[in-house]
Design a binder for this molecule. Structure first.
Ligand SMILES: Nc1ncnc2c1ncn2[C@@H]1O[C@H](COP(=O)(O)OP(=O)(O)O)[C@@H](O)[C@H]1O
Ligand SMILES: [Mg+2]
Length: 742
């Protein structure tokens, strides 16, 4: 039962709060007052949509109040009770964002967005929007909606309502699948028809036979190879041993040859040399060397002596030269010059003394003349000034000449003195040389003696070249002998090695003929092995090929089998699907019949309960030519189509009965009917009858109805809440609702 609705900014409703009860809730008022809006709001609260939106007559945003003031949010709150549980739905519509919704069960939030809330409501009410809008909610003037559906569409329309159309959809789908299967089966049959199964099977067994034989042959060959390999291994080991010995032997023999030829060579070399006592040669060499050494020493001594004599001779020759020069000097030296020079110097000294004396005398006279002015200093006679001056002048002239002469004499004297000095030195030299000559008196004889001595020494000079050559020869000879000595030792060593190798050769066991035999055996075995292996490879290759062919054939057979199975399955599936499709139709028919039967029973009961006259005694739905027909039964038991009734009470009552019956049968949880302007096109009598039916009978059949009407006579039917809807000022104001107390 719907208990309450609150509308905020919903179309013409600014804020409307309405409470409802059981029975008929009536909305009365002038057209455009906002009555139908409340019914739309109930539908919208339940399902988030309404017929006008579904038919695209209005958009969601048109539901928000736009006059007198444009709002941006509309809100509906609906409270209802079902099976003793209280529910509250809230839906909000926004002008600028998606709508929101919530659903509470006994105050507990159970769903949040638009679609969740709708889904939950559908579960609670056990009907969906389709059923609600077509059965429960009779839109304005649409109470006889079913009768207005064109006959051809009615069946499918009602099938849809009852969800019976799903069977048809399922059937069509099943048939289409079945057809696909049929096609597939045909294709597969065609494919196998092109394959010759017997031929494939014959080929298969032929291949299997061949492979079995090949397998046996393969095993046989493998065994042969295995055995040959073992034998070959053993023989090869033996052969290798032989070969090792052979090489060893050959090496030794080669070595022996080498040694023998070396021995030969050495023996020849030794034979060529005359064998002397090496000790004797060694001693001789030693003596000669000693002698040579001594002689060399002696020679060196003599050379030293000669060199010393030479330097002495050189000294003496120098002295001799000195002596000759001294004698030459002394021969040219003269003492007379010195004596004459001495005399000359004495004379010059005397003359100089006299001149200097006279000059002194003049100077003294001049001085006195200058001092004593009246008398002559010499003669003491009276002197005139003039005479005095003449005298001074003359004296000064004479003094001057004297000075000149004195200086000349001085010069001469000094020259003479230098000369006499030189002469004096010559005298000293002559004295010295005289003494030196005394010392060098014997120089010539000494020199002569020394030269003779040197000559003697030179004649005694020693020639070592012969001895040296002899020593060299002896040395070469000695070294040669020494070499032979070494070769002899080497020879001895070689001979020892020869014996050793010869013994070794004797110990190595090697039989050439046996070796050759073994070699041939190994070669033969290898050849056999190669043949076996080639055969095996060949067999395996062929086997491989045949195996591939067999695999291919097996695949073909498998494919064949699979297709056969699939064809069988497709056949089976097809039959099943066809049966299923037929069953679907049968079930649909049965259900439809069942539904009609039930509905008719309910309708008849309602009809007999509420029909106020006696003219018609029954009502039914008839399925005819794939159509539903609503029929009334007259007193002559004749069924007449309600569609044929152009107007009148029967058509209205029949439609109402049908709606009540559908609501009772299809929406037993709600037992609700919503009627918008049900009196449209009805005459006064019918209106009166309908009002009476609604007032007295409908409440026994349904829990709750909502009736919208502009006809005040219908207020009489109000058994629940009755509201009057008003709208002032040229319908630009919001709706006002007043509850009328009945
Ligand atoms: N968004 C809206 N805002 C305000 N008024 C609206 C809006 N949409 C429709 N209406 C008004 O609501 C009225 C229709 O209400 P309705 O319930 O059909 O009236 P009634 O059923 O009483 O005849 C119209 O007069 C229309 O002007
Ligand atoms: Mg209306």
């Amino acid at each position: 039962m719907i208990k309450e609705i609150e509308l905020i900014n919903f179309k013409s409703h600014k804020k409307t709060e309405l409470k409802f009860t059981n029975g008929n809730n009536i909305f009365v008022g002038i057209s455009g007052a906002g009555k139908s809006t409340v019914l739309d709001a109930i539908c919208f609260a339940f399902f988030g949509t309404m017929p006008k939106i579904q038919k695209k007559k209005v958009k969601l945003s048109d539901l928000i109040m736009d006059k007198p003031v444009k709002e941006d949010l509309a809100k509906i709150t609906l409270r209802f009770e079902i099976n003793n549980k209280n529910y509250e739905i809230k839906r909000e519509i926004f002008s600028n964002k998606p709508s929101s919704a919530e659903l509470r069960e006994d105050g507990k939030l159970i769903a949040v967005n638009q679609s969740q809330v709708t889904e939950a409501v559908e579960k609670i009410l056990k009907i969906d929007y389709d059923l609600f809008s077509k059965i429960i909610y009779a839109e304005q003037n649409q109470i006889d909606y079913f009768l207005t559906i064109p006959p051809g569409n009615r069946m499918s329309n009602i099938d849809e309502l009852l969800k019976l159309s799903k069977f048809e959809i399922a059937r069509t789908k099943t048939i289409s699948i079945s057809n696909r299967f049929k096609n597939l089966k045909n294709m597969k049959e065609e494919v196998i028809a092109n394959l010759n199964e017997q031929e494939i099977r014959d080929k298969k067994s032929e291949l299997e036979d061949y492979l079995n034989k090949a397998k046996d042959e393969e095993i046989l060959l493998e065994e042969k190879i295995r055995r040959t390999k073992t034998t070959l291994n053993n023989k090869e080991e033996l052969f290798n041993e032989f070969e090792r010995n052979k090489t060893k032997l050959e090496n030794k023999k080669a070595k022996l040859i080498e040694i023998k030829s070396a021995i030969n060579l050495l023996q020849n070399e030794i034979r060529e040399v005359k064998l002397e006592d090496i000790k004797k040669i060694e001693k001789e060499l030693k003596d000669k060397k000693l002698k040579l050494e001594n002689l060399e020493k002696e020679k060196l001594e003599r050379e030293k002596e000669i060199s010393s004599l030479n330097s002495k001779i050189e000294e003496l020759e120098k002295n001799l030269k000195e002596k000759k020069e001294a004698e030459k000097f002394l021969l040219s030296f003269n003492k007379e010059r010195y004596d004459s020079l001495k005399e000359e110097i004495e004379e010059l000294k005397e003359e100089l003394f006299n001149k200097k004396l006279r000059k002194q005398q003049y100077e003294d006279a001049i001085l006195s003349l200058k001092e004593s002015k009246e008398k002559c200093p010499t003669c003491d006679r009276e002197l005139t000034e003039e005479k005095r001056k003449e005298l001074i002048d003359r004296k000064e002239k004479e003094s001057y000449f004297l000075s000149k002469e004195i200086s000349e004499l001085d010069k001469k004297l000094s020259n003479k003195k230098e000369e006499i000095e030189l002469e004096n030195k010559k005298i000293e030299k002559a004295n010295f040389l005289k003494k030196r000559l005394e010392q060098l008196k014997n120089v010539e004889s000494d020199l002569d003696n020394l030269k003779k001595e040197l000559e003697k020494l030179k004649q005694k000079e020693i020639d070592l070249s012969g001895l040296k050559e002899e020593v060299q020869k002896l040395k070469t000879h000695y070294e040669k002998l020494k070499l032979i000595e070494i070769k002899k030792q080497k020879l001895e060593a070689y001979k020892q090695e020869q014996t050793k190798i010869e013994t070794e050769i004797r110990t190595i066991s090697f039989d050439e003929s046996e070796f050759e035999k073994l070699k041939k055996e190994v070669e033969e075995l290898k050849k056999n092995l190669l043949t076996f292996e080639l055969n095996l490879k060949h067999i395996r290759e062929i086997k491989n090929e045949k195996e591939k062919s067999l695999e291919q054939i097996e695949k073909e057979l498998e494919f064949l089998e699979r297709n056969k199975k699939e064809i069988l399955f497709l056949d089976y599936a097809n039959t099943t699907l066809t049966n299923f499709a037929n069953t679907l139709i049968e079930v649909q028919e049965i259900l439809r019949q069942e539904f009609v039967k039930t509905l008719n029973e309910v309708m008849n009961e309602i009809w007999s309960y509420i029909y106020p006259y006696e003219d018609y005694i029954g009502i039914r739905f008839k399925i005819e030519n794939r159509d539903y027909l609503l029929q009334l039964c007259d007193l002559k038991n004749k069924w007449i189509n309600v569609e044929g009734f152009s107007s009148g009470g029967e058509r209205a009552i029949a439609s109402l009965v049908m709606r009540i019956a559908l609501s009772v049968v299809l929406a037993p949880n709600l037992r609700l009917l919503v009627l918008d302007e049900p009196t449209h096109n009805l005459d006064a009598n019918t209106i009166r009858n309908l009002t009476e039916i609604l007032r007295t009978k409908i409440t026994d059949l349904l829990e709750q109805t909502f009736i919208v009407t502009h006809d005040e006579r219908l207020i009489q039917a109000g058994t629940g809440c009755v509201y009057e809807f008003k709208r002032e000022f040229g319908k630009k104001e919001p709706t006002k609702v007043i509850e009328l107390n009945m």
